[in-house]
Every structure is written in structure tokens, then in C-alpha cells.
Design a protein. Structure first.
Length: 484
């Protein structure tokens, strides 16, 4: 099949030439131009069409082969790989308790996190992107250059609302999520967790009830627990997110001070609330003057052609406090996050000032420079593709190695898989047994205010596929099969 109409690779500061070629072939496969079982262009033919070397095409095909998109047939060439496996069933909508509760997960989370800090583990437990996928060198070079060029800025306090140059870039990127924000409406923070903490403190006090997803990210639970607030877990669907019907019922029968939801690619479910449901959600809460804290940390990591909107895009009353961070896409260690807290901005800025005073200036400058120079868009396309491939490969491995009763989510973005194991399996015991095999996982109970989801685990898909990962999943499958 000819792909002569396919444009040659464009120059890129982010992707090596072979990855650009591989991306174009993968796009043809995804769109059905090249179908399963069909032969892809020969190495020499594609080299001619794309004006690249034969070695570049060979490297691109090797990359696609490693990621499961094509396969080599002796003396015949490369072919689009036929998927020979059927994904497992999906978990059902969660059914949490219908009353608010004190959160009691903090000690368990700390024990789990401490145990998986060992650098010798195969890290399937922490939702942290692989350093190999991050533009660390570019950011470090930018930070060093900016520090030399403007030493007085790097040694001064960037008091709230934070670095203007970064807030300008954030406001521009927010347009992709449907938001019309000005730089003055944005406050930079020390990572996403500080953004959530500040927003919770701005809208609620100890003893108040916060509606959350079930399951939800354990950091959110820790934050609620540390602030002395209660959590009301709302039934959540693994694809469409929070049940608006269940939330409406809860609002009628309980006093809810605020909601805190991860609407785009919830961690650990990977669910993404449809945009129309976000509109309904914002309207429902606005009618009752209830603030919505929206954690959009995975919003940029979509597997689809278009980034989903945020609930903030539908906010007309300043009741949505949008929170985000660059920790999952650029630099976890830089600790640069932000919030657009609407009508609560003055309170958030005050709390920021008395908490950490300012966000570190040089990391903000480096990220602002990276965004302004267009590197972020190229980088996002790369990690979106890698995460999607990794999710598919890990799902296939779970299908192959885990018991037949296993259920797996179908995330449309993000970097994690939520897995329901047979009812007999205790994921905390599995966690300990996996550690003895030098493998880390995240057990289900840390994602629930009352430590539910005993037979669930979360797996990290943020690291490139390798024989080591496949071996780890094979061992995990054996451990699950032999659990009593």
C-alpha cells in the first residue's frame, strides 16, 4: 500500500526522526488506512517516500514492533499486527456508603508509600511518569540559562499570585480546555496538592462534608483527613465518572459543603465525565451555591483527538476552583502547580501567603519558557501515545496472566489501570507478597475513605514497556492465582 500522500516528517525539537516516522505509521493504523493483517510499506519504499534513511525506517519499525502495532514476517516484510486477545470485562459502578464518614486512610497510605520508595523495585505502584519520558534536560538547561540571565529574579520571592510569565502561558493553554481565563485569575502553587489544600481550606472548615468520587486519589483523602473534614463517597462509573443522579440524591438528603472531583481521567479509574454532564454538574451545584474543586491534573493526557473540557469551562458564577499541575506531564520534582479559584481567589492567596509564601521562581520560569517555545505540544503528543500504548500492552498482559474473573478499566487518558481481582484476593496481602518479589503495586483500600476495594489494585502505566514489566505482571498474575 502506498502512503506517498503522507507528508514527510517536520522538524521537531522533541521527537527523534524515527519516532516521527513511527507516529505517522501508527496514525494510519489507528485511522484504519492500514488495517490488521495488511502489509505496511517496505523499508526502502517508506524511506524514499519520507526522504529519510533506511536505518531511520528500520528504527521506526522496530519501535512500532516493540509497542505491538506491527510484526515482522520472515522474508515477507512488516504487517499490521492482528489483536488476538479480548479485553476482560470492566468493573461496575462503585457502591459506597451513603453517609459521610471520617477519613481513616492516612496511616495506611504512608505505610504503602514508604514501602515502595525502594529504587530496586519494579515500580507499578506509584503514578509517576518515567524520567525517560520527560524533557528534563531541556528544562534544566532553560532554568540554568534563566538563572544566569536574571539572577535577581531567581533569588526573589514570587508572592501570590505568582510568576506573571507562567500565568500568561497557563491562561493561553486553558483555551484548549474551554476556559477563558486571564493571567490575573490564576495563582501558582507548590504542586497540585498545595492547590487542592488551599482550595479546600478556602471553602470549608473542619467537620464539613466534602463529596468525592469512589474510588478517588489517595492524596485527596489524605488532605481531607488532615484538615479534619468528612468525606461522602459518590458512586462513580469507570468510564463516565460520578453519577449525577446519586450526587443529586445526596445533595437533597445531606449537608455537603463542597465537591472535589477529578472529572478528566480520574485516578485510579481513568474515567472521563462527558462534557454535557460537566455542564449539568456545574448547574446543579450553582443552584445550591456549592463550590466544586476540580482536579484536572490528567486533563492534558488524553488518548483521543481532542482534549476534554473542564467543568470550569461552564462556570458562570465563580464557584469552580480549577486545580492543575505540571507534575504528571513535565517535572514532578519542580513542584509547580496552579489554581484558578474563581470568587475564592482572595482567600486562596491569603492562605498561600501564610502557608508557603511563594512558589519557587526558577522552576516557574523554566516551565514558562518551555510552554512559550512550543515544546509542550510536541511533548504531549509523545507521552499521550506512549501512555496509550502502555495501557494497551498492560491490559493485554493482565488478560494473559491473571485469572479469568479479573476485570480491567478502559481509560481514555491518564496513566493508570484499575483492576478488580477475584473476590477472594486481599490486595493488602498481595501488596506484601509482591514486595517480596521486588514489585510494587497500589492496593485498593488506599483509594477509599473507609478502606474499601479490598480486592482491587492500581497499576502504573507511566513507564515504557519492557521485558522486566512483562515478567513482573506474569509474577503478579501467579500471586493473584494462588491467593487464598
Amino acid at each position: 500500500m502506498s502512503v506517498s500522500a503522507m507528508p514527510p516528517p517536520a522538524p521537531s525539537l522533541e521527537l527523534p526522526l524515527y519516532e516521527q516516522v513511527a507516529t505517522r505509521i501508527q496514525t494510519l493504523i489507528e485511522k484504519g488506512t492500514l488495517r490488521p493483517g495488511e502489509r505496511v510499506p517496505s523499508v526502502r519504499k517508506l524511506a524514499e517516500q519520507q526522504s529519510v534513511s533506511v536505518s531511520t525506517v528500520l528504527q521506526a519499525y522496530s519501535n512500532l514492533e516493540d509497542r505491538g502495532w506491527i510484526e515482522a514476517r520472515p522474508q515477507s516484510g512488516y504487517y499490521v499486527k492482528v489483536q488476538s486477545w479480548k479485553p476482560p470485562a470492566e468493573p461496575e459502578m462503585s457502591r459506597p456508603a451513603t453517609r459521610a464518614t471520617q477519613v481513616t486512610v492516612g496511616d495506611l497510605v504512608m505505610r504503602v508509600m514508604k514501602a515502595i520508595r525502594n529504587p530496586g523495585l519494579v515500580d507499578l505502584g506509584t503514578a509517576v511518569p518515567s524520567p525517560d519520558l520527560l524533557p528534563t534536560r531541556q528544562l534544566n538547561r532553560a532554568m540554568a540559562a534563566l538563572g544566569r540571565r536574571s539572577p535577581e529574579l531567581g533569588s526573589s520571592y514570587d508572592v501570590p499570585p505568582g510568576l506573571t510569565a507562567l500565568r500568561v502561558q497557563i491562561a493561553r493553554r486553558a483555551l484548549d480546555a474551554g476556559c477563558s481565563l486571564t493571567p490575573d485569575e490564576i495563582v501558582t502553587t507548590c504542586g497540585g496538592m498545595e492547590a487542592l489544600n488551599l482550595c479546600l481550606r478556602a471553602v470549608a472548615k473542619p467537620g464539613d462534608t466534602i463529596a468525592i468520587e469512589s474510588p478517588t486519589y489517595f492524596g485527596i483523602l489524605q488532605c481531607i483527613e488532615a484538615l479534619g473534614m468528612k468525606a461522602l463517597e459518590i458512586p462513580t462509573h469507570p468510564r463516565d465518572g460520578v453519577s449525577l443522579e446519586a450526587l443529586a440524591y445526596a445533595l437533597e438528603h445531606q449537608t455537603i459543603t463542597a465537591c472535589l472531583f477529578v472529572l478528566n481521567f480520574n485516578n485510579p479509574l481513568g474515567s472521563c465525565m462527558p462534557d454535557e454532564n460537566k455542564r449539568r454538574l456545574v448547574t446543579m451545584l450553582a443552584e445550591r451555591e456549592i463550590p466544586l474543586i476540580e482536579d484536572d491534573i490528567y486533563g492534558d493526557v488524553t488518548f483521543g483527538p481532542q482534549r476534554p473540557k473542564t467543568a470550569k469551562a461552564f462556570d458562570k458564577h465563580g464557584l469552580v476552583l480549577l486545580c492543575d499541575s505540571f507534575s504528571k506531564t513535565l517535572a514532578p520534582g519542580y513542584r509547580v502547580g496552579w489554581t484558578a479559584p474563581g470568587r475564592f481567589q482572595e482567600k486562596v492567596e491569603l492562605l498561600k501567603t501564610v502557608s508557603t509564601l511563594a512558589t519557587a521562581t526558577l522552576p516557574q520560569m523554566a516551565i514558562a519558557d518551555f510552554l512559550a517555545n512550543g515544546g509542550y505540544a510536541h511533548h504531549l503528543r509523545r507521552i499521550q501515545r506512549v501512555y496509550q500504548d502502555q495501557v494497551n500492552l498492560m491490559t493485554e498482559a493482565v488478560t494473559r496472566y491473571f485469572p479469568d474473573e479479573t476485570k480491567v478499566t478502559r481509560p481514555a487518558g491518564g496513566q493508570v489501570l484499575w483492576i478488580e481481582l477475584p473476590a477472594k484476593v486481599d490486595s493488602l496481602e498481595l501488596f506484601e507478597r509482591a514486595l517480596s518479589e521486588r514489585i510494587s503495586i497500589a492496593p485498593g483500600p488506599i483509594f477509599s475513605a473507609k478502606q474499601k476495594f479490598r480486592n482491587f489494585i492500581r497499576l502504573n502505566c507511566g513507564i515504557p514497556w519492557s521485558p522486566t514489566i512483562e515478567r513482573a505482571l506474569k509474577i503478579l498474575g501467579r500471586l493473584v492465582s494462588t491467593s487464598s
